[in-house]
Design a protein around this ligand. Sequence first.
Ligand code: 13P
Length: 352
Amino acid sequence: MSPNEVRPIDAQHAQHAQLAATVQALFTHGKGLLAMDESSGTCNRRFASAGIPPTLDMRCAYRAWLLGTPELGSCISGVILCDETIHQATAAGAPLVQLARSAGLLVGIKVDTGAKALAAHPGDTVTEGLDGLRERLQAYAELGARFAKWRGVFSVHEARLPSAACIAANAHALARYAALCQEAGLVPIIEPEVLMVGAHTLARCQATTEAVLRSVFEQLVQQSVRLEALVLKPNMVIAGLAAATQDTDDEVADATLQCLLRVVPAAVPGIAFLSGGQSGKLASSRLNALHLRPRTPWPLTFSFARALQHPAMERWAGKEANIRAAQQALMHRARCNCTALHGEYSPAMEAR
Ligand code: 13P
């Protein structure tokens, strides 16, 4: 069917039902998402700092054992892959998508092509990838993807917040991406990330996050995106990594919830936080604090990359003999985060 034709009512209902089923499966109570969609460049940089050779084969081996982690599906509902991984197979010929599905995980795909310098606004970026997206989404759906992800990036500068132009351009792109995803039957994960880089206060992060989310939801509505069929993946509201004061878990949870409650419509079916460079332990304890507050209109979970993967990658160090221990390290972080979803995480869980 051409995108300009009006979809028959039955087909529209079937598509809404499929999107709803995907959201429901992603938010299966007590589970979260594993983001493993780093671009080759980012993955190589992380490999290099863990002493792992930055090669295509190593990236494939790494992602294959992540997906093969015993019991991963007891904590994780879906995995976000990148273009390289969704097309990849192990040396023994097993497609990585198949490994994910055998583990009971829904497959998601990162479809943006990265944040690029925004002309006329030094220091700000706009995320690209809309050209040809309709065709790419269809191809990913045929490969088994059920959901997608697009990340807009916002920096809090020393002297100013991200420009209005940066916020508008990224919100517009996120909404156009989301509409195309829903048309293709994929649930869009909308990831507007206010970076932790810098020395800004929690209050400045909160002001930026609120302005960004407000603009994103205005654009989503303007572009007729169905709010019931998307997932929001925001940052927690946190001071910059170099800030003089780091706030308590309770302060982070209060500021994050105040911000989200002000701007995220109750129709949104779920929120899955990114970790943004927090340590695994801090991400778990802040996620826990968020679950000790009064119930929110949306379920809250995690969609972490670094806070889940980092200790496991270090443990692996590129050596076959370390895979079992590395998988245990991954499961440990996954279980800590699942426990946090019940408000039952405590630092004592880390003493292993
Ligand atoms: P982090 O959890 O490391 O912030 O990554 C989330 C993500 O999806 C990266 O694009």
